[in-house]
Ligand binder design. Structure first.
Ligand SMILES: [Zn+2]
Length: 376
């Protein structure tokens, strides 16, 4: 998930927001305001909305702390964490590698819910210290904010502990199956399947509630179910991909018959004689026998057509020094992850400063298709 808005860094981890979060944050604040207005009719408009905004912001902070819980455990266990992004259905910490053992997976998964329960208990405790009793509606604004925050954090932990991958509970379940069977792939398969089952139950329950007249709110449950179904399917697919590509190295599937093109070739010649004639997508630019960079159809399109005759390829190519490269010995799975991080469809394969070939996403997809057909 790519953040649209960067808020800054916390403990060296970038915190960002996806647009969808802003919509949800507004909805949450509005419904909090409506809730406070209903249970505390004696409050002024100013008090109601200040309480709603403060609660909304603190809820936002709680979700960041929940994700930090996951992120800090991951980092303590040697897994680099890049960012935390908040989106419509909560937060997601982007951890660059998967856990290497069941124990790490377990602690990483449970850290978030434990953090949320901790926040919930502290908020409730503070409200209690201010004189709140469980049997009364908190009338004092700070107390109301604390009680609501406490409640929502405990709910957040409970929701996340639903045993459907990729929810935290699903990760914990996966870790447990992994620990017992010693088989990580099988654990993912089981956790993802249960995740899909849970998601279907959410959808059916939401739709059933809606048609029983429970209001539009029940459609939320169905929507969350839909998201979970999608995420569980993606997790399953990713696991199958990793399992299929296991053992394959970049060398095994890279293309080493890249078309080469002189640095001083004009873009017009490049388009007419190379791009359109060969149907290849990527070309190696050579300068005095050395690989200087890469040029693709996308780079060509950056230049207006009327300038193609007097612009040379080295003016628009991507220099090799600025490209992310992979080595022939790298596992294909790692290279695929690197492509995802860099948001590119091909990577030059370089060994000892020499270009050995190109690895393309299309080639990886081909391998996956062929193996799926043979069900290997
Ligand atoms: Zn979590």
């Amino acid at each position: 998930m790519h953040p649209h808005l960067r808020l800054g860094r916390l403990a060296g981890i970038e915190i960002g927001i996806h647009y969808s979060w802003i919509l949800i944050a507004t909805l949450i604040t509005l419904s909090l305001g409506a809730h406070f207005a209903e249970v505390n009719p004696q409050w002024t408009i100013g008090v109601i909305w200040s309480a709603a905004v403060v609660t909304g912001l603190l809820f936002f902070a709680s979700i960041v702390v929940h994700e930090l819980g996951h992120a800090l455990v991951a980092r303590a266990r040697g897994l680099p964490v890049r960012s935390i992004t908040l989106f419509a259905l909560g937060g997601v910490a982007s951890i660059e590698k998967d856990a290497a053992d069941a124990r790490t997976e377990f602690w990483m998964g449970i850290a978030g819910p434990l953090t949320s329960v901790g926040i919930g208990v502290v908020c409730m405790g503070l409200a209690w210290a201010l004189g709140w009793g469980t049997n009364l509606t908190p009338a004092d604004p700070p107390m109301a904010v604390l009680v609501w925050l406490g409640y929502i954090n405990v709910m957040l932990a409970a929701f996340n502990m639903i045993p459907g991958f990729p929810l935290d509970g699903g990760r914990v379940l996966r870790a447990a199956v992994w620990g017992v069977t010693g088989n990580a792939d099988r654990a993912t398969r089981i956790a993802a399947r249960i995740g899909q089952g849970v998601a279907l139950l959410f959808i059916m329950f939401g739709v059933w509630q809606f048609f029983s007249g429970a209001g539009v709110g029940s459609l939320w449950i169905a929507l969350i179910g839909w998201f979970l179904l999608d995420a569980a399917g993606a997790a399953y697919f990713q696991m199958e991909t990793v399992a299929t590509l296991k053992g394959l190295r970049v060398r095994d599937i890279m293309a080493d018959d890249c078309f080469r093109i002189g640095a001083r070739t004009s873009l017009q010649t490049f388009a007419d004689d190379y791009l359109l004639r060969t149907g290849q997508r990527c070309f190696v630019v050579e300068d005095h026998g050395q690989v200087a960079g890469l040029i693709t159809a996308v780079d060509l399109k950056q230049v207006p057509r009327d300038r193609w005759t007097h612009t040379t390829v080295d003016a628009v190519m991507r220099p090799l020094s600025r490209l992310r490269t992979v080595t022939p010995d790298m596992p294909v799975v790692d290279a695929l992850q690197a492509m995802g991080r860099e948001d590119v469809n091909q990577l030059p394969v370089v060994s000892n400063g020499r270009l050995e070939g190109m690895l393309s996403r299309g080639r990886i997809v081909q391998i996956l298709q062929t193996r799926a057909e043979l069900s290997m």
